[in-house]
Design a protein around this ligand. Structure first.
Ligand code: PLP
Length: 461
């Protein structure tokens, strides 16, 4: 865990409750009727009320924040004279209600599977608003995308290009494709979420683009190449990788045009980072400016694919405290054991990521804070949300909110330890509603079958 390391903004200490409220204006404590007690509000809803009604663990996604961030993102690009299509990276938060909200805000979808294709269509998106990215698309997924005539398929390799041409030919169709370039740029983010280096599995090496593009235009009769695509990685916090990546891309477009090939579209990918802790996250305006400067002069239709930026800050995970394991002589640490774990939010275990944690109740009188480890109930040593986090005294039965859990949170849930999926709630204004009820163990078990030969086998005597 990196909790005690200096962060990009140079602070050595972790942000406390007041700091987190300052950096998260949608979260604030408001006085409760009971004297001295304050309760946490997320936008206009009281999180305690939701947790008490639906139980924990529980996800709350705030549609107002989604809308505000979607509008802020679009406005940043509208400030420039560019033709831009906005696509939400569905893998960050794929709930139908979230896709519906973002579609209302003018976003199409960037998908990475046939399942996400079906979701996007179900949420009301038109095939022309959908871009298919991702490595290892199956024949069945590609056939569906070709048949629907989606906006474009981003091709990850020369082999995939040939396969798409073949499939489109069999179907008597023409597939709109873009080549995903691997620009060999280090996005400077966590090793597990950088995607644009030569050693990463994504994209076609940039030195190979011209011959592959030429083949797509001149040899493959069933492809309609529209341009290039790139995605450098996720949680990008500086302008540098974007500037370098898009400059490289612009250079390739100029080379392609010089070679007599037509390029009319560029898909800029996603990756814009957010402030989980005290990072200095770039504004969409900075991304828009870099894109305008580097790709604007090419006079192409642009696509952008934010995921985390839109959904991350729009969601929290509520978790109840099941037990407090006190420190002892043998064990100097106090463990706060939550009813949510890596089966709900795997990011800390997978990427060593830091999430703000706020108790839903706070006593407005100053209380001594102490350092505790917040852990989940899963039988894995990596099932830890925070180590040595400074928090006010917590009690068994209390509820905490894990912040910025809206992206790459619920979508990465698993059933490990036979844990049913947690409840999901969406709020808008003062209203909130369950958008996915808690799964039951019966639902999990009912999907399993015991082979008939086992049923007839006698127990060992
Ligand atoms: C994951 C992904 C995105 C979104 O990334 P964020 O960091 O969530 O913005 C965009 N495009 C592609 C191709 C992706 O794989």
């Amino acid at each position: 865990m990196k909790n005690d390391l200096p962060t990009p903004s140079g602070f050595v200490t972790e942000p406390g409750l007041a700091d987190l409220c300052r950096t998260h204006p949608d979260l604030h404590y408001r006085p409760a009727t009971q004297q001295g007690r304050e309760i946490l509000a997320f936008g206009q809803v009281c999180l305690e009320e939701i947790a008490l009604q639906v139980g924990t663990p529980c996800w709350v996604i705030n549609a107002d924040i989604l809308r505000n961030r979607a509008r802020r993102f679009k406005a940043a690009f509208a400030a420039f004279d560019l033709t831009v299509r906005h696509h939400f990276a569905v893998k960050a938060q794929d709930h139908l209600a979230v896709l519906t909200v973002l579609h209302q805000e003018g976003f199409g979808a960037d998908i990475v599977s046939g399942g996400e294709l079906q979701r996007s269509l179900t949420a009301g998106m038109a095939p022309g608003e959908i871009v298919f990215s991702g490595i290892g698309k199956t024949d069945a997924e590609l056939r569906e995308a070709i048949a629907l005539e989606i906006a474009q398929i981003n091709v990850e390799s020369a082999e995939e290009l040939e396969r798409i041409n073949h499939l489109a030919g069999e179907m008597g169709r023409s597939a709109r494709i873009a080549l995903r370039v691997n620009p060999d740029i280090d996005a400077g983010t966590h090793d597990k979420i950088t995607t644009g280096r030569a050693e990463d599995k994504f994209g076609i090496q940039y030195a190979d683009i011209i011959p592959v593009y030429r083949r797509a235009m001149e040899e493959y009769a069933h492809l309609h190449p529209v341009g290039l695509a790139v995605h450098l990685g996720s949680q990008i916090l500086s302008a540098e990788p974007y500037r370098k990546g898009y400059e490289r891309l612009a250079g390739i477009v100029r080379d392609l045009r010089q070679a007599g090939l037509t390029v009319s579209e560029i898909d800029c990918g996603g990756g814009l980072g957010i402030a989980y802790r005290d990072e200095l996250a770039p504004e969409p305006a900075l991304l828009a400016e870099i894109i305008a400067q580097t790709l604007g002069p090419l006079d192409v239709t642009l696509r952008v694919e934010p995921g985390r930026f839109l959904a991350g800050p729009a969601g929290v995970l509520l978790a109840g405290i099941t037990e407090i394991k006190a420190a002892s002589h043998q064990h100097a640490r106090e463990f706060v054991i939550l009813d949510a774990g890596m089966t709900e939010l795997i990011r800390p275990a997978l990427y060593e990521s830091w999430h703000g944690i706020l108790p839903l109740q706070r006593n407005s009188e100053l209380q001594a804070e102490k350092k505790v480890d917040l852990v989940g109930p899963i039988c894995e040593s990596s099932d830890v949300f925070a180590r040595q986090r400074l928090l006010p005294p917590l009690k068994r039965g209390e509820i905490v909110a894990l912040l910025d859990a809206g992206a790459y949170g619920s979508v990465m849930s698993s059933h490990y330890n036979t844990r049913p999926l947690a409840t999901q709630v969406m709020s808008e204004g003062k209203d909130w509603s369950i958008i996915r009820p808690r799964q039951s163990v019966e639902e999990l078990l009912s999907a399993e079958m015991i082979p008939s030969w086992l049923a007839s086998t006698h127990l060992a005597e």
